[in-house]
Design a binder for this molecule. Structure first.
Ligand SMILES: [Zn+2]
Length: 205
């Protein structure tokens, strides 16, 4: 039987690239897939999944109102969702039910936590419901595994507060490890101070 998959990562980890690769694998075997992305993601135009390798495909969009059970999946070999952190808990339950009652594998790709380190409700539910959970690994600038990400403003400064959802515009994100998330950038005075550089004043930040 099919099951619910969750592939989670920090920002800039190549999630969309992996998703498009899986779609391609199915299609090369003559099987149809359905692609979804969040209606909220307007970085590349509505209903597009774009990898950082500049491969782009059209996708259906989901918003919180969509009921995934209201669709016919008769000829669909796999359902692939990008930006799955924006699913509602109800929608995660729908996708779980879909996989198990209609035998359609559902593979969700998304962020586990936001830039403040808080969980997205959709991802918390996916981590609870998915039978197959896997972390997509990426690396912090310091060389450790990145498990988190920080938000950067147009001037390159870290943003500590703000809405959980802010896609596009001048906002950028950087994947970081837990230590850099808490202590600072790899080359920041705060991190150097934490590492024992006594020449820096305690207030350096
Ligand atoms: Zn780091």
């Amino acid at each position: 039987m099919a099951k619910l998959f969750f592939r989670y990562a920090a920002m800039n980890s190549g999630k969309s690239t992996q998703l498009l690769q899986i779609a391609n694998n199915y299609e090369s075997m003559g099987k149809a897939v359905l692609l979804y992305t969040a209606a909220i993601d307007d970085r590349f135009g509505v209903g597009k999944i774009t990898s950082r390798l500049n491969i782009q495909r059209d996708a259906l969009t989901f918003d919180p109102e969509l009921d995934f059970l209201q669709r016919d999946y008769a000829d669909i070999a796999c359902l692939l969702l990008d930006e799955a952190q924006f699913l509602t808990p109800d929608q995660v339950c729908q996708l779980h039910q879909l996989a198990h009652t209609r035998n359609v594998p559902v593979i969700c790709f998304g962020l586990r936590i936001d830039f403040r380190g808080h969980p997205f409700p959709g991802s918390a539910w996916l981590l609870s419901r998915a039978e197959d959970v896997e972390e997509i690994k990426t690396i912090c600038e310091c060389g450790k595994k990145a498990t988190m990400h920080i938000r950067i403003d147009a001037d390159g400064r870290r943003v500590q507060d703000g809405p959980q959802v802010e896609i596009g515009g001048e906002t950028r994100y950087r994947a970081v490890c837990g230590r850099c998330f808490h202590v600072g950038e790899p080359d920041s005075p705060a991190l150097a101070a934490a590492a024992g550089d006594a020449t820096l004043p305690a207030s350096a930040h």
